[in-house]
Design a protein around this ligand. Structure first.
Ligand SMILES: C[S@@+](CC[C@H](N)C(=O)[O-])C[C@H]1O[C@@H](n2cnc3c(N)ncnc32)[C@H](O)[C@@H]1O
Length: 198
């Protein structure tokens, strides 16, 4: 019986995300993924980017599902997932060439988003890349009616969740020495934002 956790959205967005990550992570050799969810993204991206070591991480309750995906794929470049809650840690001692996260900043509360950037500051190398996929607002406005409805749904589910303002997230990124490199429009009114250090 195959009872791996499965997110249909990952199947839809993985190839458009990969198209951006391929050039953005060309010079990277190690990636820390934060909030890896099911592990589907990790398996897809690590298989397509064999020069990278793709380190998954998640809150502890999600780790068994990620292990199932990684074990089945048996890739040489996906070490076992590590437990990581951005607010509680434990943040790895190691440094990574890149950090990737998908669909997490609008799920976390704002203090956790701040903790995310504080933690990224410690794990990202001097010429590191941060890539964040998900919905953003610009100039205080939704980019689509569907994102406005999604935000209502998020807040009804958990009042701390919200689609984040790009400008406030960019300010956090600048606060840890990152500069905006690319802001890609993605399918379904999402964005893939790439910041770089150095
Ligand atoms: C909507 S899911 C996205 C999962 C996956 N990245 C994807 O795109 O399918 C949001 C994820 O954020 C994780 N998350 C929420 N708060 C977190 C925190 N404080 N620290 C680390 N991960 C967190 C959740 O455990 C969940 O797996």
């Amino acid at each position: 019986m195959n009872d791996k956790p499965f997110a249909p959205s990952c199947e839809r967005n993985r190839d458009p995300i990969l198209e951006v990550l391929q050039p953005a992570l060309r010079d990277a050799r190690s990636v820390l993924e934060i909030g890896s969810g099911t592990g589907q993204h990790a398996v897809h991206f690590a298989a397509a980017l064999p020069q990278l070591t793709w380190q998954t991480s998640e809150r502890a309750e999600h780790l068994p599902g990620i292990v199932q995906w990684l074990d089945e794929a048996a890739l040489p470049n996906t070490p076992a997932p590590i437990p990581l809650d951005v607010a509680d840690g434990p943040w790895p001692q190691a440094r990574f060439d890149a950090v990737f996260t998908a669909n997490t900043l609008h799920i976390m509360g704002w203090p956790q988003v701040q903790a995310f950037f504080a933690g990224v500051d410690g794990v990202l190398g001097e010429a590191g890349t941060l890539a964040v996929y998900g919905p953003f607002n610009y100039g205080g406005a939704y980019t689509s009616e569907s994102n406005a409805q999604f935000d209502d749904w998020l807040k009804a589910r958990d009042p701390v969740s919200a689609i984040r303002d790009f400008e406030t997230v960019d300010a956090l990124a600048r606060g840890i020495g990152l500069r905006l490199a690319q802001d890609h429009a993605m399918p379904a009114n999402n964005r893939l934002v790439v910041w770089r250090r150095g």
